[in-house]
Design a protein. Sequence first.
Length: 402
Amino acid sequence: MIAAAAERWRRGRWPLYGAGFVTAFGAHAVAANLGGYATSHHSSLWELGLLLGVYDGAEVVLKPVFGAVVDRRGAKPVMLAGLVAFALASGAFALAGSPHWLGVARLAQGCAAAAFSPAAGAAVAGLGGQKRAGRLFGGYGGAKSVGYLLGPLIGGAVVAASGYRLLFALTGAVALAAAIGVAALVPSLTPATRRQRAGVAALITQIRQPAFLQPVLLLAAGTAALSAGIGFLPLLGVRHHLSPAATGALVSLMAATAAVIQPWAGRRHDDGQLPRSASSLALLATAAGFALAVAYPGPGGLAAAALLVGAGVAVVTPVAFSRLAASAPPDRLGRTMGAAEVGRELGDAGGPVLVGAFGPLGLGAGLAALAAALVACAGLSAPRLGRPSLRSTKVAEQRAGL
């Protein structure tokens, strides 16, 4: 039994990493180049904002819905359907090429991502179990970081060489390749029976518990920090006379740091080598990164800030997801992951909004406010985010078949 579970883990993890890569690469390869598309087609800022927001809006609304479908039908079929739908939406725009269909294509991509993203999270939790959840979530998060890093770079190169239709064709091909890998290598994880499934009231009760709220708070805070770091650390560099290449390198450094450290943090968590307060300490390190950027906005200070932000988020993410999965009832794992993903999306939007709200006081004040918010989140999450209880461990191992 143990040998079979280990073999499932070895075979199935790489396609799951591929699904994580598609999530980030498909979104950011297009989003990073929409500004040029809007300019070339004389679109307004309002139209550009809609094109950027419709993808994330679809995810926020639909992730909990598809999470419930995961609980009913299993993670693998929902993940496959989402990846295939993403490929079809991308391919359709590549064939049509009309700017009038761009918004529809982005909406369809967002709906598809809302399906396979929580399904992939549930599959990671089910495949890894308590013993390997940190490793799998670390590798999954690392793959997403690589997608964040390569998406804008490869997307920009493709657009410069051949235009936007080829970019959508590329994102569709990547999604299709991931779907083939999932179909061939990811095992079918049996969903909970109909008798075990609970209704909306039970889900609301669950998400009000500290075992859910504290990990989601960590995930939202980490995503807020990463989003604000990507958006505002380069701006701080520009204001202090850094070149575009240098400011771009800050984003690459942040993403690369997260990609390298997440698998390491996941392994350390699985082996019991991280302290109980690791996630809270990581948020404090992230806050220190923003404080350092404000105090020393030169090349050295901003590079150190990018390292701290990337490393802090890299520790928070796999540990919080592992603890969230360990506490989730097997019959509500999909909905739990879908709700957690909504928390991350809100953090993704909330971080930049918080910094921007302090615009009249200056960028430094906004980043200082974000650092203070991260410190507060670290304090709120610290008391009870210990290692999972014995009961949670048994639940996770039963779900994984260990």
